[in-house]
Design a protein. Sequence first.
Length: 238
Amino acid sequence: MGSAAPDDAPSGAAVDWRGPGREPYAPVLLAIAVAAALQLVTPSAMSPWIDRVLFALLVLAIVVLVVTSREDGRLVASHIHRHSTPARRFSQAVIVLLSLTNLGTGLVLTVEILGDSSEFDAFDLLVNTGAVWITNVIVFSLWYWEYDRGGPGRRAEGTGTVPPAFVFPQMTDPSLAAPGWRPVYFDYLYLSFTNAASFAAADALPTARWAKGAMLGQSALSLSLLLLVLSRVTGLLS
């Protein structure tokens, strides 16, 4: 098993994806910020003050997440280099908060769409279901990123003993990757998007049972949203 850092790799050689490297952190914080902002896009699905409270909590969570993410006493700027138990636990708490928030919005949206007195027009339907769907993609991408191979810190250190939950093509065929390639958050975001859009993985294949269960749940939620939209459109047309 190779353990050389990507900078030490010989030219033209693919670095072992299990070795130490860096985990880009800024895209993760950006994704959480987008998910937080989407809470303000669904005013007809939840009360406005609830949306604002959830948005404020998520913004506060991002600030705390940045403050608690430290390496050698310094704030993590753009990349994670090593594992931090407190930072990972808080990161997991933020993802749980996002998950529960989106689940609650989805349930309220379901009741609103199926209710006899629903006042949703086509625009409301598009905005609300779109916001829930996008948040769903972000939430599951964060779960995949957080738990694959023991977490981002373990992947960055190259010390994780957990087998990969997702096998990317570059892992089995190094000729497909540039020297130093390793899965980062964008790869998990793409995986989440394709799974939600086509109900199947278009890139990586899940190997762990928790990964298969998560992808199954994500596909089921996306399919449920699609059926809700179709049922409401049918009602509007009739």
